[in-house]
Design a protein around this ligand. Structure first.
Ligand SMILES: [Zn+2]
Ligand SMILES: [Zn+2]
Length: 312
């Protein structure tokens, strides 16, 4: 049994991109549609205007504006649209709530068309599809479900049974420049990797990095480098979270030492990029200077999950 999904997200209050997707996929048939969140740009507005209530009001208005397009998406898929809120949507803490399709629950699972879905990593089982807004670095090498769809980083990436769907529309917070991205058509079978087709509606291309190809195929605007070549910390955060999870998931351990973490992270590669081990050691030695680090030092100098770890 194979199901055909249309997967998209991160439209950030934009409606034109959703219209573009509906036109582009006209005549296609899907079993499921999945939106991974960031329907709005409420959080960004709240920050820019230094007024959270204003951001939330705008977010509520944006939800109302995108909902008719989501309804059309819902109609395109035999079993309808399933979705989660994103951080830009204050994870649903807005004055209006979407009523379209099925919100994927963060406690337990929901069954739609015979397929189980969850928003919670702890509710994953081999036949369950996980949909989260954030990437969940810990699962990158340890995902046991049928498929995992996410967004948030705006860096598309397919690896095995996981897909980050990049973005539909981005606005650069600095210069206000906008970029349209794309959506994905995904075949999900009971086992084995996802079959992923990237469909750009703007500037989004498939990229395989010579150095980092083992971490997956990327989908990025033509102006952007491989996400790991562009900023090595992206790789270090991901590897440290993934290695920590691997070392602690099946036991009661809550902290590990550097040596163990480095050895495990190296083992996650078939062929690590040149210099990976020493660069990773150096990153860990300085980990407290990285504000997005998934790990932090304990009082006795070991490594544990950071309290503010957004994407662990
Ligand atoms: Zn986003
Ligand atoms: Zn690279």
């Amino acid at each position: 049994m194979t199901d055909r999904y249309i997967v998209l997200g991160d439209n950030h209050g934009d409606t034109a991109s959703l219209r573009h997707v509906l036109d582009d996929a006209d005549g296609d048939s899907f079993d499921y549609a999945v939106h991974v969140g960031d329907f709005t740009r409420a959080w960004r507005t709240g920050r820019q205007e230094d007024d959270e209530q204003l951001g939330k009001r705008r977010g509520g208005e944006q939800l109302r504006a995108v909902e008719p397009l989501l309804e059309r998406l819902d109609e395109r898929a035999e079993h309808g649209l399933l979705w989660v809120y994103g951080n830009q949507d204050y994870f649903g803490d807005l004055p209006y709530g979407l009523t379209v399709g099925t919100e994927i629950p963060d406690d337990g699972r929901v069954t739609v068309g015979g397929q189980r879905f969850t928003n919670s990593p702890s509710a994953v089982a081999p036949d369950v599809v996980l949909v989260t807004h954030v990437e969940k670095w810990s699962l990158i090498d340890h995902f046991e479900g049928r498929a995992h769809f996410c967004g948030n980083t705006h860096r598309g990436r397919h690896r095995d049974r996981r897909l980050n769907s990049a973005f539909l529309k981005l606005t650069d917070p600095e210069d206000g420049e906008t970029t349209y991205g794309g959506y994905f058509v995904v075949e999900v079978s009971e086992s084995g990797p996802l079959d992923v087709e990237c469909r750009p509606i703007g500037d989004l291309e498939r990229r395989e990095c010579d150095r980092h190809g083992e971490r997956g195929v990327q989908f990025q605007p033509s102006t952007r480098d491989c996400m790991y070549c562009g900023d090595q910390r992206v790789l270090m955060r991901e590897m440290s979270a993934s290695a920590f999870y691997g070392l602690t998931v099946d036991n009661a351990r809550t902290a590990v030492d550097d040596e163990r973490l480095v050895a495990y992270a190296v083992e996650l590669w078939n062929d690590p990029p040149e210099g990976f081990e020493s660069a990773f050691e150096a990153y860990l030695a300085d980990i407290e200077t990285d504000r997005y680090a998934p790990l932090a030092r304990t009082n006795d100098g070991q490594l544990t999950v950071a309290e503010q770890s957004y994407a662990y």
